[in-house]
Design a protein around this ligand. Structure first.
Ligand SMILES: [Zn+2]
Length: 226
């Protein structure tokens, strides 16, 4: 096989390897904990803690409410019994009842408990969906990672096989040129070097048809006539 063609194929393999390695790096970067899931878990934990505190408060409040309710009943009984005739005393009793009722309302934390319970249920459901999505995504990423690794192993094997057919110093020359230029081998199409888009002199074209390596006189890349 023409040496320039072999090097061109080696370059094609190198480009594929590079692109797959970039893809693999990207996939690997996406594997791991999801920030959104971590955040939701923390949110759930703090809401659960709040709910527990509220329930504790509610429990204590229930005792107090029982006590106050008893006092209200006693005060109302007195108020409506007709025994108290003094308007001042009546007004004062009414005030007591109102105050006790306000106290009672202040102790009502059932609404807060219900709100917190709803929040806990909401976050739990959200977390469940998020976790399922994340697990699905992680599975896909793991599959993609395995696929890319297999492809890369295959490409590298092909690279090894091909490079063994070429003299080591030529492979080294190719690699140095590639490091410098990005691409080491340039296709020649219609007499033009695709590396630098310059029209090549006929002598270069004729030499490139042989089995010797010919570099573009303008950009220095190895010329490959397809
Ligand atoms: Zn060129």
């Amino acid at each position: 096989m023409n040496l320039a063609r072999q090097l061109y194929q080696l370059q094609e393999l190198d480009l594929e390897i590079e692109s797959d390695e970039r893809a693999l790096e990207q996939v690997t970067g996406q594997i791991g904990e999801s920030q959104a899931v971590v955040k939701a878990k923390a949110q759930l934990e703090s809401e659960q803690q709040r709910l527990e505190e509220l329930k504790h408060q509610q429990h204590t409040a229930e005792w107090e409410i029982d006590d106050i309710t008893g006092k209200i009943a006693a005060a109302e009984e007195k108020l409506f019994s007709g025994q108290v005739k003094n308007p001042k005393e009546l007004a004062s009793l009414q005030q007591d009842v109102d105050m006790l009722k306000t106290q009672c309302n202040r102790l009502e934390i059932i609404d807060q408990v219900e709100q917190s319970e709803a929040a806990v249920a909401g976050i739990t459901a959200e977390l469940k969906t998020m976790t399922a999505d994340w697990q699905r995504q992680q599975k896909q990423l793991a599959e993609e990672m395995a696929r890319l690794k297999a492809v890369l192993a295959d490409l590298k094997q092909k690279w090894q096989r091909l490079s063994q057919e070429i003299k080591p110093e030529t492979v080294e020359f190719y690699q140095q040129l590639r490091e410098r230029k990005g691409t080491a081998v340039a296709r020649v199409e219609q007499g033009i070097c695709r590396g630098c888009r310059i029209s090549l002199p006929t002598t270069d074209l004729q030499r490139a048809r042989g089995n010797n390596l010919v570099q573009c006189s303008s950009c220095g890349r190895i010329l490959f006539l397809a």
